[in-house]
Design a protein around this ligand. Structure first.
Ligand SMILES: Nc1nc2c(c(=O)[nH]1)N[C@H]1C(S)=C(S)[C@@H](COP(=O)(O)OP(=O)(O)OC[C@H]3O[C@@H](n4cnc5c(=O)[nH]c(N)nc54)[C@H](O)[C@@H]3O)O[C@H]1N2
Ligand SMILES: Nc1nc2c(c(=O)[nH]1)N[C@H]1C(S)=C(S)[C@@H](COP(=O)(O)OP(=O)(O)OC[C@H]3O[C@@H](n4cnc5c(=O)[nH]c(N)nc54)[C@H](O)[C@@H]3O)O[C@H]1N2
Ligand SMILES: [Mo]
Length: 765
């Protein structure tokens, strides 16, 4: 495959014609145009399937509730291309390992179960019965249940993930590493400590009532395009949108609604952000503290003048604890240190504070720019602190909104995919199913990889995802996978992880979200939960490519049956009728009573959120202000000339690369680029377009380097860099992760830059 490369700044608004063009190109490219259009029209509608793209909510108002990137996700899944046995007869695993990630997924859908043959270095067809029997044997032969790791990627349905965690716990382990460990872990953990529930507190409709929306560290134009509709509507009716993003992102500046023909034709793009601040990577905690410092000063001045203060004193007195300790931290933080760490001036932070102060209802949203740092948990809690000051919780138009990633990642946690499960969940499983679940915490993703490296893992099962590419420290992670006794991957498409087989390995081909799921009792639907705790049904409509593909739920049930038989549960009966699974969920998970009946509600039902009704499941029974000091530095252990963030392009879904363009950032036909401030390029004695090598600064003696990246001059603060994930995952140290979260620090890697000696321009093609 050859691609034309170019760097060309994007001047139009996000959305608009570019987006329509790209969507139709994807739809018609996939040789299956009619079916694809039909799919798109039903997506996110009452009885269609939930968009596998992201976890944003549905307003059930727009005629076409899909976006360009949702369209890509659907057409990518709905391809008629398929991989069969002849493909693997042609290509050995070693040969496939020399191909790009793009090539691997482009081969199409997996249609039959495959088993790795180490003698021929090839995957060969195997029957489902033999595959399940092999898994059963390996798991029964383990010396200890913790020799098994059960990874989940956040697309799995509630039904599949509920069975999966139940199976793991009946075997006796809490080893549930998942993508969330690399993603929003800090949001869950931080919110839990502050307000007693690890989820966002708002409804989608709150965006219609907010006076100010603060957007921290996320790129909705690419990763949550439907969020731009909410932001745009808010901006149109005069709400202030204040953005904190290290990069200038087109989608946060201007947006033309591609679903409104007039806007597309006349380019009547609406402005999104009323203020746009570009902090240093990891500088948001200092930025929020600076805002709070300015607010506290005003508050105290007012009180000294005998006027009313500016905080919601009644809310603070009734619902919170710990404010004094936080105020002491604010007083202890000098403007000088706040400016140095945030990279923003005192005046900028005073301006942002003034917007907050003038708003009666404030929403704060955030994503990976907040959660993938060492001090992410404290940063999330600092954002909560700010909201508590104004009582911006539990009232319309105000609250906290971590914008989730994978379409059902929040639902997976609700179903018990959690390596440190709450006692209440285990008690409830114990009562309902009559067994004693393990009580010791299991492994998160980094811990699981470390266990593999210590040769402690006999069986690894992955329910979706692509661990080899998504996890940090690529070289170590690949080595880790190969050290497992048996690796089992439940997947829709071929990916890098399949090419790192353990001593034995299976690929189990599964149906996707968009496909019809027929079981013994008839057609099944599944359920998912979005970022706003709305649970709704999702029913695939596309005809599956092959009878040898099974649903995720059926595969998990098949594995459980092969290991545990019918002694504890009739697993296969559950796979025949998902209503039975939902009855178990209703009996064991809070908020799901009468689950099956409520699945009929159009648009789904709200799970509720205790903090939103001002009930706080914290030790004090109140919302708890945190009082963490600012970190000494963003990368405290090392002094680095540059800090690198790894992020997504417009044409990718995590490790799935749809194409090589990043339209809004003006990058075409290439992914090996490094965004850098023009003055930093000059200071290095280099020019825009030069090739460089990137090397991680680490204290563990391991060399981590990627080579031949092309410099792109970009609007980014000096000393900060950006490059795409997963190509730069070899630079992310496995041993450097968030305090209290275990999340790899993918947004703050200390690095050095040197002119490239080895330029391998064929790498991408
Ligand atoms: N099309 C598409 N949609 C997706 C995905 C996808 O890959 N493709 N992935 C899904 C998943 S799993 C997730 S988690 C989400 C991810 O959604 P995002 O969080 O938007 O993903 P990233 O591309 O990592 O972008 C991080 C953004 O934060 C900014 N940023 C980075 N570090 C900092 C910082 O320290 N401070 C501030 N203020 N800003 C910072 C970056 O400049 C960038 O704009 O999207 C989901 N949706
Ligand atoms: N450096 C760096 N690393 C990161 C990040 C970063 O920003 N920077 N982001 C992190 C984040 S936020 C996340 S969420 C993780 C993502 O980590 P993962 O969730 O593990 O990765 P994905 O790329 O989303 O997984 C893609 C694969 O899932 C399979 N798949 C797709 N649809 C389905 C389905 O319906 N069912 C099943 N069973 N399989 C399916 C396909 O085979 C596909 O190859 O990566 C993390 N890694
Ligand atoms: Mo994510």
């Amino acid at each position: 495959m050859k691609f034309k490369t170019a760097i060309k700044p994007y001047r139009a608004a996000a959305g608009g014609l570019g987006s329509l063009e790209a969507t139709t190109r994807f739809v018609f490219d996939s040789k299956n145009a009619l079916k694809n259009l039909r799919n798109l029209l039903r997506m996110n509608k009452a009885r269609g399937f939930d968009c596998p793209g992201c976890a944003w909510g549905d307003d059930n108002k727009s005629t076409f509730s899909f976006c360009e990137n949702g369209a890509k996700a659907v057409t990518w899944e709905a391809t008629r291309r398929q991989i069969d046995a002849s493909f693997f007869a042609q290509h050995s695993v070693s040969a496939l390992n020399r191909q790009s990630d793009y090539f691997l997924e482009y081969q199409g859908r997996l249609t039959e179960p495959l088993r790795y043959n180490p003698h021929t270095d090839r995957y060969e067809p195997v029957s489902w019965d033999d595959a399940f029997a092999l898994i059963g044997r390996h798991i029964r032969e383990m010396d200890h249940p913790n020799q098994m790791e059960l990874y989940t990627s956040g697309r799995a349905s509630n039904e599949a993930s509920y069975l999966y965690q139940l199976f793991g716990r009946m075997v006796g382990t809490n080893n549930f590493p998942d993508c969330s460990n690399m993603c929003h872990e800090a949001s869950g953990a931080g919110l839990k400590r502050s307000i007693g529930v690890g989820k966002g507190t708002i409804h989608l409709t709150d965006f219609e009532q907010a006076d100010a929306i603060f957007v921290f560290g996320q790129n909705p134009g690419t990763n949550h395009p439907r969020m731009l509709h909410s932001l745009r509507h808010a901006a149109d009716r005069g709400a202030r949108i204040v953005t904190f993003n290290t990069l200038r992102e087109r989608g946060l500046e201007r947006f033309a609604d591609p679903q409104k023909p007039l806007e597309v034709v006349t380019s009547r793009a609406g402005a999104i952000s009323s203020a746009y601040y570009q902090p240093n990577l990891g500088g948001d905690m200092a930025a929020v503290r600076g805002m709070a410092k300015a607010l506290l000063e005003t508050h105290r001045q007012r009180l000294a003048n005998g006027e009313a203060g500016i905080f919601d004193d009644a809310f603070i007195a009734q619902h919170t604890t710990g404010i004094e300790a936080w105020f002491a931290q604010i007083d202890a933080a000098s403007w000088q240190s706040i400016e140095a760490q945030s990279g923003l001036s005192e005046q900028q932070l005073r301006d942002a504070a003034a917007v907050w102060q003038s708003a009666r209802r404030v929403i704060c949203t955030w994503a990976m720019g907040i959660t993938q740092h060492k001090h992410s948990l404290d940063t999330v809690r600092e954002i909560v602190n700010l909201q508590l000051l104004g009582g911006h919780l539990g009232k319309p138009g105000a609250g906290l909104c971590p914008v989730r990633g994978h379409s059902n990642v929040q639902g997976n946690r609700t179903m018990g995919i959690d390596e440190k499960p709450p006692a209440a969940l285990l008690d409830s499983l114990a009562r309902h199913f009559g067994f004693e679940p393990p009580r010791t915490p299991g492994h998160h993703t980094v811990a699981a990889i470390q266990a593999m490296l210590r040769d402690e893992v006999k069986v690894l099962i992955t329910l979706g995802g692509n661990l080899a590419a998504a996890a940090p420290d690529t070289t170590l992670t690949r080595e880790a996978l190969k050290r497992c006794g048996l690796t089992v991957h439940i997947s829709t498409k071929l990916n890098r992880t399949h090419l790192m087989p353990g001593a034995q390995s299976l690929i189990l081909p599964t149906l996707g979200r968009t496909e019809e799921d027929m079981q013994a009792t008839g057609r099944q639907f599944v359920t998912v939960e979005d970022s706003f705790s709305m649970v709704h049904a999702s029913e695939g409509i596309g005809k599956p490519l092959a009878e040898t593909q099974k649903s995720e739920t059926a595969i998990v049930a098949g594995i459980a049956h092969a290991v545990l038989g019918n002694s504890k549960l009739d697993w296969l009966a559950l796979a025949d009728d998902y209503n039975l699974i939902r009855d178990h969920i209703a009996a064991t998970i809070p908020g799901f009573n009468n689950f099956n009946a409520r699945c009929e509600e159009p648009g789904g039902f709200w799970l509720g959120n205790s903090a939103a009704s001002l009930t706080f499941a914290t030790p004090s029974g109140k919302a708890e202000f945190s009082s963490a000091p600012l970190p000494d530095a963003v990368c405290p252990e090392i002094s680095a000339p540059f800090v690198l963030q790894t992020l997504r392009s417009h044409d990718q879904y995590n490790t799935t690369i749809y194409g090589l363009d990043d339209r809004y950032r003006g990058v075409y036909g290439q992914r090996d680029v490094l965004f850098m401030h023009p003055d930093d390029i000059l200071a290095l004695g280099l020019s825009d377009g030069d090739r460089v090598d990137i090397t991680t600064l680490a204290t563990d003696g391991i060399t981590r380097q990627v080579t031949g990246f092309r410099l792109v001059a970009y609007a980014i603060p000096r000393g900060n860099l950006a490059a795409y994930y997963p190509e730069t995952n070899p630079l992310v140290p496995l041993t450097r992760y968030g305090d209290g979260t275990g999340t790899p620090t993918s947004k703050s890697i200390p690095v050095t830059i040197t002119p490239s000696r080895s330029v391998d321009t064929q790498r991408i093609a």
